[in-house]
Design a protein around this ligand. Structure first.
Ligand SMILES: NC(=O)c1ccc[n+]([C@@H]2O[C@H](COP(=O)([O-])OP(=O)(O)OC[C@H]3O[C@@H](n4cnc5c(N)ncnc54)[C@H](OP(=O)(O)O)[C@@H]3O)[C@@H](O)[C@H]2O)c1
Length: 349
C-alpha cells in the first residue's frame, strides 16, 4: 500500500484544516498513472478556489476529502511513480493542476504535450485544468525556472489572455486601465503584458503595498485604495472583489467607466454585481484556441512568457517550505493576507 497525506479544509471555514493520512492501493486500472506531487506554488488564487469552490466546481477535482471538507487545488510539478502506460514511465515529470496531497491517481489519455485526466469526476470541469504537460515535451520548460513556472504560469496565462482581450476590443475606447490588488501576481502580470500598449496603467493597492507595487515599475501611477482616481475614460480590472471600491469608482467616474471586469477576489468575498462582467480565463482560452489554433496560441503565449520570466525573477523572491505542516503555515498566512507581495511561496511535498 502507498501511504498518502492530504490537507483538507472545511468548505465553510477555510481556516479549519487537518492533515489526513490514508493508504492508496498500488493496483492501477486501465490507463491509470500514480503521481507523487513534488512541489507547488501557493498564492491568493488558491484561496479563491476555496472561496468559490461550490460555484465553479473546484472541490470536484480531487474528491477524496470527507463530507463537508475539500482539497484545495494547487499548481506545480509531480512525478510518475507507477504507470500502466509505456509513454508515461516512472520518473516522468509533469506540470499541472494538483491536490494538496502527496499522491493521486489520474486516468491518462495521451496528447502531443502530455496527457488529459479523463477520470469520470473531472469530465464536466473546464478542460484547461485537466491537461498535464510532460516537461520533456514542453518547449517552454526550463528546469531552472521550475519555481517561477509553479508560481506564475497559471496566473500569467490569465494575465496574457486578459490583456489580449482588452487589446482585441481596443480597450473599449478608453486609454486608462485601473487595476485593483495591483500588487498581486495576476494583476502585475497583466500590467506587464500591457506595457507599450499605449494605455495609462493605474494600480490601486493597500497602503502597505504601495511601495512594492511602485517598485515594479509596471504602473504609470500607483495609488492607495482611498485615493481618488482621475476622471477620464477608463476600464476597470478588479482583482480585489471589493464591493466598496467598485461603488466608489462607479460614483466617481460615472459614464467614463466604460468597462468593469471582475477577475479576482483577493478580499475573499464573492459578490456578483450586474455592473461588472466576470472574466474567466478558460473561456478566452477556448476563443483564442479556435482563432489561432493550439500551436499559434502556444507560440504567442511562449513569447510573452519568456519576456515575463526574464523580468519576474527580480521582482519577487521565492521562499521555500516543505511538508504538510509548513504547507499549512503558508496556507494560513496567505488566507489571512499576511504574505508579503515581494515573497512567493513554493512548497515541496
Ligand atoms: N478569473 C481568472 O481566471 C483568474 C485567474 C488567475 C487569478 N485570478 C484571481 O486573481 C487574484 C489574484 O491572485 P494571485 O494569485 O495573483 O494573488 P497574489 O499574488 O497572492 O496576491 C497577493 C495580493 O492580494 C491582496 N490580498 C491577498 N490576501 C488578501 C487578504 N486576505 N485580504 C485582502 N487582500 C489580500 C494583496 O494585494 P493588494 O494590497 O494590492 O490588494 C496582496 O498583496 C485572485 O483572486 C485570483 O483568484 C483569477
Amino acid at each position: 500500500m502507498i501511504s498518502r497525506w492530504t490537507v483538507v479544509v472545511d468548505r465553510d471555514d477555510l481556516t479549519k484544516t487537518e492533515v489526513l493520512h490514508d493508504e492508496l492501493s498500488p493496483e492501477l486500472g486501465d490507463c491509470e498513472v500514480l503521481l507523487r506531487v513534488h512541489h507547488v506554488g501557493l498564492t491568493a488564487n488558491n484561496v479563491t478556489y476555496g472561496v468559490i469552490g461550490e460555484m465553479i466546481g473546484y472541490w470536484r477535482f480531487f474528491p477524496f476529502a470527507p463530507e463537508g471538507r475539500g482539497v484545495i487545488p494547487v499548481w506545480g510539478f509531480a512525478d510518475v511513480v507507477d504507470s500502466t502506460l509505456d509513454a508515461l514511465p516512472a520518473g516522468t515529470r509533469v506540470y499541472g493542476y494538483l491536490p494538496m496531497a502527496s499522491h493521486f491517481v489520474v486516468r491518462a489519455k495521451l496528447t502531443s504535450s502530455g496527457f488529459v485526466d479523463t477520470a469520470d469526476h473531472r469530465a464536466e470541469l473546464p478542460a484547461v485544468y485537466n491537461s498535464y504537460l510532460v516537461t520533456s515535451q514542453d518547449p517552454a520548460y526550463d528546469p531552472a525556472l521550475e519555481d517561477l513556472q509553479a508560481l506564475y504560469r497559471p496566473l500569467f496565462l490569465t494575465s496574457f489572455l486578459l490583456a489580449d482581450q482588452l487589446q482585441d476590443n481596443d480597450f473599449h475606447g478608453a486609454r486608462t486601465v485601473v487595476i485593483s490588488s495591483a500588487s498581486s501576481k495576476t494583476a502585475f502580470g497583466t500590467a506587464q503584458c500591457l506595457s507599450g500598449a499605449g494605455v495609462r496603467l493605474v494600480g490601486l493597492t493597500s497602503p502597505r503595498n504601495v511601495e512594492f507595487t511602485t517598485s515594479l515599475g509596471l504602473y504609470d501611477t500607483v495609488l492607495p485604495y482611498d485615493a481618488a482616481v482621475d476622471v477620464e475614460p477608463s476600464v476597470y480590472l478588479d482583482f480585489s472583489g471589493s464591493a466598496d471600491l467598485r461603488t466608489t469608482l462607479h460614483d466617481r467616474l460615472g459614464d467614463d467607466l466604460v468597462k468593469d471586469t471582475s477577475i479576482g477576489l483577493t478580499q475573499q468575498k464573492a459578490s456578483a454585481d450586474p455592473r461588472s462582467e466576470f472574466f474567466f480565463a478558460p473561456e478566452q482560452l477556448r476563443k483564442r484556441t479556435a482563432d489561432w489554433g493550439a500551436d499559434g496560441l502556444a507560440q504567442r503565449f511562449g513569447e510573452a512568457w519568456r519576456a515575463f520570466t526574464a523580468q519576474a525573477a527580480g521582482w519577487v523572491s521565492v521562499a521555500r517550505h516543505s511538508g504538510p505542516d509548513e504547507l499549512l503555515e503558508v496556507w494560513q498566512a496567505v488566507l489571512a493576507g499576511k504574505a508579503n507581495p515581494d515573497t512567493a511561496d513554493v512548497i515541496t511535498f
